[in-house]
Design a protein around this ligand. Sequence first.
Ligand SMILES: [Zn+2]
Length: 453
Amino acid sequence: MEFVRRVLSMRVCVSALVCLCVLASAGRVLHAQNGSAPAVQAAQPAQAAATAEQPKQAYSLPPEKLAKSIRLSHIRNLLNITSSLWDIIFLWLLLRLRVWAALEAWVLCVTGKKWVQGLLYFAAFIVITGVASLPFAIAGQYESRAYGISVQSWMSWWGDAGKSLAVSLAIGAPVLLLFHWIVKRWPRRYWLGAWIVSLPLMLLSIFISPLVIDPLFNKFEPLTAHHAALVDKLETVVSRTGIDIPPSRMFLMKASEKYNGLNAYVTGIGSSKRYVMWDTATDRLADDEVLFIFGHESGHYVLGHIPKMIAGTVVMLFFLFWCCALAVAWMVRRFGPRWGVAALEARAGFVVLLLAINIAGFVLQPLSNGISRYYEHQADVYGQEAMHGIVADPQRTAVSAFNHLGEAWLEDPNPSPLIEFWLYNHPSVQSRAQFALGYDPWANGGHGEFFSH
Ligand SMILES: [Zn+2]
């Protein structure tokens, strides 16, 4: 679900950081789920009568919220798809209008130092593409506020947008400069060089993100400082899973300053690895449900989802860079004269490469989301098994958590299968809740997939 919110929130840097974003996608592996808001299972006689002939769904919303969730999901999906397509069209349009070529001519006039020219060029590129995607971000925030998902003031939101742009400039411009240098240095085999430097860059971005980037946008405090009793309960899950997550690696994010939704996630790598719980979740969920979410996140740790996603991304990038290099060579030959792009080694030629990567990223979205959904399902299974013997009724707890989660984010209970296939990096709340409802491997003396008891 994180997918939608990412698109709806600021995405100033996305186009500019195409490469790094592909890399960083491995780092944002694991957003969780939860729920808030009361009374999911409360009796709703009128609704029950109206839907008497329909099978009961594990995740349901009262009629008013259901209508809102359907409207909101249409808006989210539309924004998601159109903004991705717009990123591609915009890059192409400015190539067609020779804007990227003109920008190159301009930086040549400004300074004689090549690396300064490069930094200027890519900084301008980041600002231009960031501004181009701003209307989608504004529309997303507007709708988010209108539907009560976001409680962030516009002033605060613009502040975050400014910080996001600054981060994009500080990181994105040098990274793009590095990749462009590789293209110039090895014009025939640059895709291999770009792939080789991708791995350390990816690891670095995953490592520093929770330490440097995330605190720029949200406040994080030790979970024990606010919820010592809850941490004690979490320790019971920790000891059942056998993983090494000391309380010092558990953080509380002050999400309530910006969101009404609920979430939790694990992030980082090595010494920056951590577990983060939104305060909206700890404040509004029953402790048992928090234990389930913690179990889900623990599943990501235990099952090695971060290293697996990194490994998968590395393999995917190899073919992606290779295919894009072939496509770009053809594009420059075919359209270069029309776009004012003399060669791939030119900075405007590098934009052609970014365009190709953007297109590939869009086309590959269902693949990466499909892999992500698989890991999320595994973590759901793990979470439910992890709290077995600790909470009274794991099935009921998980279903309740999913209902709270879905209600807080106004998730559509019946999304289109095509939309789920293409855009969802988590299974739909409905399918997660449905699975949780029927998952009871301990019946008749059996045991789960990941635990022997
Ligand atoms: Zn997850």
